[in-house]
Design a protein around this ligand. Structure first.
Ligand code: 5AD
Ligand code: SF4
Length: 441
């Protein structure tokens, strides 16, 4: 029996692509091997959103150089966002000659053919296309990482061209899947025991299928699917979020009370330079509307510090919006220039020292707010969908509240009877990034 392993970096799109790749390999009778260095086929699914992802990737490639000396049949494959950049493919071809197959984000369906060709001819395979008009998602049979929750693509690519971001270049132009196909996929997932779906797109709010269905229409349709208990989505864009979508938090009882709403910066001047198409006034207006419709909604965000030209004043604006919104959690990033994006050529790049100093200040503010918010949970009881055994201790389970808070809790139940069910948990302790509690029966 031949074996495979997949190493995945980056976002949930990549995670889902890896699920699809695993499905294709298993259909070819490959079996999963826990230890990547022992597998016959290794696929590295890469991310290029920030520079440290690049560095890590090339380090990992180096580690696989020697595998063929003890396994002559070993096949090393690279896919994901990195090979969508011509200079990266050039570097792989020149400096990492032991890479057998390289394929792009829009060539996943072709992978079995590339693998067979590599094995039968011994020749290296490269397949990267820029803008595949065909969305072959419906033909995929993903090997899902979780039994009770599933990732579902609704759009591919991105048309927004935020000036810092590489994604529109690596994932191509935005395409929406046909609504009826998304619904059919989720109906099948539900029949398979899935209770929670995460609808995925770089900008879910710009979803529009050929029949004119909007993202709000899609949520309402998913809300009607029997067996699905929770609907989540990611990522929202403040420039495209509609009142109709916000109203779904009132009308769709399965829609989780949680939103990831990247703000990126609290400076109107920088938001313009980032090409984000909203200002802080508009952003705060959306937050107010969300909270008016759904008072207990939890909000998370992405923030970039030290974007080119960021002054102390701009940065204060970011701290200010963070304090005003009081985010439940935040992903904070130091700006990282990406070759080929407009911002990489902006003349006023911020020195590392200032970037790190601002980053630390922002993280301090964000963490303090997260902890304060989590303190409000203590002593209250929440429904938790149990995902598995806790990472930290064997006798503890981990799950999420409707608002996406991670809860580690104790229960007398056995894993097979509790995982995948929704239980009541009394919160006994609040931490910055998680809650602790015990099941109430
Ligand atoms: N530098 C730093 N952060 C970035 N992001 C995207 N591109 C960059 C970059 N060049 C962040 C944004 C985005 C998140 C997924 O990654 O905040 O929302
Ligand atoms: Fe990148 Fe902006 Fe598209 Fe998000 S919306 S993927 S940040 S270009």
């Amino acid at each position: 029996m031949k074996t495979y392993n997949i190493i995945t970096y980056g976002c949930q799109m990549n995670e889902h692509d890896s699920e699809n790749i695993a499905g294709l390999l298993e259909a070819m009778d490959y079996q999963f091997e826990e230890d990547a260095f022992k597998a016959d086929v290794v696929v590295i699914n890469t991310c290029s959103v920030r520079e440290n992802a690049d560095k890590r990737f090339f380090g990992v490639l180096g580690q696989f150089k020697k595998v063929r000396t003890h396994n002559p049949d070993f096949v090393l494959c690279v896919c994901g966002c990195m090979p969508q950049q011509p200079h990266i493919v050039e570097k792989i071809n020149k400096q990492f000659s032991w890479v057998d197959i390289v394929f792009g984000t829009q060539n996943i369906a072709e992978f079995p053919e590339l693998l067979e060709k590599r094995i039968s001819t011994g020749r290296k395979q490269r397949s990267i296309i820029d803008n595949n008009p065909v969305i072959d998602e419906a033909e995929m049979k993903p090997k899902r990482m979780h039994r009770h929750k599933a990732l579902v693509n609704i759009t591919f690519g991105c048309n927004n061209f935020c000036t810092y971001c590489i994604v529109p270049y690596t994932r191509g132009r935005e395409k929406s899947r046909v609504m009826s196909e998304v619904i059919r996929e989720i109906e099948c997932l539900s029949a398979d025991g899935v209770k929670e779906v995460m609808l995925l797109g770089q900008n879910v709010d710009s979803y529009r299928d050929p029949a004119g269905h909007t993202f709000a229409d899609l949520i309402r349709a998913v809300n009607k699917i029997d067996g699905i208990e929770r609907i989540r989505f990611m990522t929202s864009h403040p420039k495209d979020i509609s009142d109709d979508m916000i109203d779904c938090f009132r009308t769709c009882e399965k829609l989780c009370h949680n939103i990831h709403l990247p703000v990126q910066s609290g400076s109107d001047r920088l938001l313009k330079r980032m090409n984000r198409h909203y200002d802080t006034t508009r952003y705060l207006e959306i937050v107010d509307k969300l909270r008016a419709v759904c008072p207990d909604i939890t909000i998370s965000t992405d923030i970039i510090v030290a974007f080119p030209g960021e002054t102390e004043d701009d940065f204060e604006g970011t701290l200010d919006i963070a304090r005003r919104v009081r985010y439940d959690s935040a992903f904070t990033f130091i700006y990282s220039p990406r070759e080929g994006t407009p911002a990489a050529k902006f003349p006023d790049q911020i020195p590392d020292e200032i970037a790190h100093e601002r980053f630390d200040r922002l993280v301090d503010v964000m963490n303090r707010i997260s902890l304060e918010k989590n303190m409000e949970y203590k002593g209250k009881t929440y429904d938790v969908l149990v995902e598995g055994v806790s990472k930290n201790a064997d006798d503890t389970y981990a799950g999420r509240t409707d608002g996406f808070k991670l809860v580690n809790f104790t229960s007398d139940k056995k894993p097979e009877e509790i995982i995948g069910t929704t239980v009541s948990v009394l919160i006994t302790e609040s931490k910055t990034f998680s809650l602790e509690g015990r099941e109430i029966t």
